[in-house]
Design a protein around this ligand. Structure first.
Ligand code: SF4
Length: 511
């Protein structure tokens, strides 16, 4: 390191890991250790990353890389440091900046694991351990603590922690612009605001989004920000839509490749809307985007696509077929992983809470669109990790029955399907009590058990035939296989005990 940093950027171990090169393994940190000792649980979900002699990780979470790039471009002395190496910097740094997807485990699916098992999720444990250690040093050395990231809203539910751990500022929203103003104040020794909400007027314009300077975890690069579909429960939709230009994306891929990464993940809330005409995917920008990947990478995944976009893309111009043919012929892979949101199988509820999710098709057709999208993915070896949401405001038992009916139809399609319990975000942002006290009904249990059976059945096949095939993945594969068997055994027992179940309130205690 040429210069001692004034700012270090870090996070806890649940985030600072490449999750064995498989993003989905990172989700295991959202649950408490089950059937396995905690160190083995941690090894599966978040092994320590490679670091240099200064404790700087080779791969770091993309959000942290963006903040690092914004500060470096503005001339600040900054480094991303692995949490195990943070202590050696604390005597001299001016501020520690911490980003996270789920600081207190209130996001989905952490809060759901917490409700169901009654045990504190691993990500919350790791974050709490880290903050206790950091704040004990803060009392001695006096550096500032600034926290932010997609889970910043969770600090409003744990305000006592802001005081207890002496956090100076919470930044809620896209931070590339405001972080520079904060850094200026830190350098000048001025007081910091306790809470900053980054409204539409402060989000970075395309020209203010910097190119990352170091490699991102698993080669993730952002291709687009925002989403035009406007679902009422989603915070992404509150942000303006921006497509990153191809030369910007190419530079970020080059950064990752120059650090030895040969895999990549295109990040967007809907990769198929890159360069779209509104919500209608277009062949040309998508082919150009994927040509970039084939120029530099050996493998590629998509972060998210929407099910309606998949159907439109395939019906009009066979875009899904063209993209997968390109990927499978030019890259070393025979499948592509992606996250998708089903949310509900009820057209009535879809119309109420996410009328744009099925567009250009009407919400009344949503279940058919979901099934058609799953069929397209199955045929093209796109393996979705899908979610649906229970306990939406205004949900009726009949809505959940519709979701169960849809899940039954999806049985034949290769996928993992995970139930989530509604977390109030976006325009439905609300109080902690909404997720900390949840009434579970018979229909919810039915939906969860259909999804679990689906996922356990497909998980073993997917691990064996697609993911985790190589010998180097054998330890993780075997541990997961053991885990899947244990879950199946345990769930069978629990479901037997729930035969006469009607309703129960689940509670997350205030810690
Ligand atoms: S489609 Fe997905 S990302 Fe877009 S607003 Fe709806 S939930 Fe959010």
């Amino acid at each position: 390191m040429n210069e001692y940093p004034d700012f270090i950027i870090t996070t806890d171990r649940s985030m600072m890991s490449n999750h064995h090169g498989r993003e989905f393994l990172g989700f295991i940190a959202t649950g408490p250790p089950l059937f396995l000792p905690e160190p083995i649980w941690r090894f599966i979900c978040c092994p320590k990353p490679k670091v240099d002699r200064f404790g700087r990780p080779v791969e770091a979470p993309y959000g942290l890389r963006k903040i690092e790039a914004a500060l470096l471009d503005a001339g600040f002395k900054v480094a991303i440091v692995d949490p195990d190496y943070v202590d050696r910097y604390l005597r001299r740094v001016k501020a520690v900046m911490i980003g996270h997807h789920d600081f207190f485990a209130y996001g989905p699916p952490s809060s759901e694991w917490w409700l169901i098992t009654g045990r504190v999720p691993e990500n919350r444990r790791l974050f709490t351990e880290f903050m206790k250690r950091l704040s004990s040093h803060k009392r001695r050395y006096g550096f500032r603590i600034i926290v932010g990231g997609p889970a910043a809203w969770q600090w409003l539910w744990e305000e006592d922690k802001v005081d207890r751990w002496e956090v100076d500022t919470v930044v809620d929203g896209e931070a590339e612009v405001v972080v520079k103003e904060l850094a200026e104040k830190v350098v000048r020794g001025e007081p910091l605001p306790r809470y900053i909400y980054v409204g539409v007027d402060k989000v970075p314009k395309l020209s203010e989004i910097p190119v990352i300077k170091g490699a991102s975890v698993n080669g993730l690069v952002e291709v687009m920000r925002g989403c035009p579909r406007g679902c009422s429960f989603c915070s992404v939709t509150l942000r303006p839509l921006r497509y990153l230009p191809l030369d910007h994306i190419e530079k970020e891929i080059q950064v990752n490749v120059s650090h030895g990464l040969r895999g990549g993940v295109f990040h967007s809330e809907d990769v198929l809307l890159y360069g779209a005409n509104g919500i209608i995917p277009r062949t040309e920008p998508l082919l150009k985007l994927h040509d970039l990947a084939t120029k530099y990478l050996r493998s590629l995944a998509w972060a998210h696509v929407s099910l309606a976009s998949l159907v439109v893309a395939q019906r009009e111009g066979r875009i899904v077929g063209k993209l997968t043919e390109l990927i499978y012929s030019k890259l070393d892979q025979d499948f592509i992983g992606v996250e998708v949101g089903i949310e509900t199988g009820s057209p009535r509820l879809a119309e109420k809470i996410m009328p744009g999710k099925s567009a250009p098709f009407p919400p009344s057709k949503y279940p058919e669109i979901v099934e058609e999208a799953f069929a397209i993915m199955h045929e093209h070896r796109i393996i979705p990790a899908a979610t649906f949401i229970l306990n939406f405001p205004g949900e009726t038992p009949e809505d959940v029955v519709k979701t169960v009916e849809l899940l039954e139809k999806l049985r034949q399609y290769r996928s993992i399907i995970v139930p989530m319990i509604f977390v109030p975000m976006g325009r439905l942002k609300g109080e902690r009590e909404v997720i900390a006290r949840v009434k579970i009904r018979r229909e919810h249990v039915d939906a969860m058990s259909v999804a679990l059976e689906h996922s356990l059945t497909w998980a073993e096949r997917i691990m064996r035939e697609f993911y985790l095939k190589g010998w180097e993945q054998a330890p993780v594969r075997l541990l997961l296989k053991y885990f899947v068997r244990m879950v199946r055994w345990r769930v069978a027992k629990v479901l037997k005990s729930l035969e006469n179940f009607t309703e129960k309130e689940l509670v997350i205690p205030k810690l």
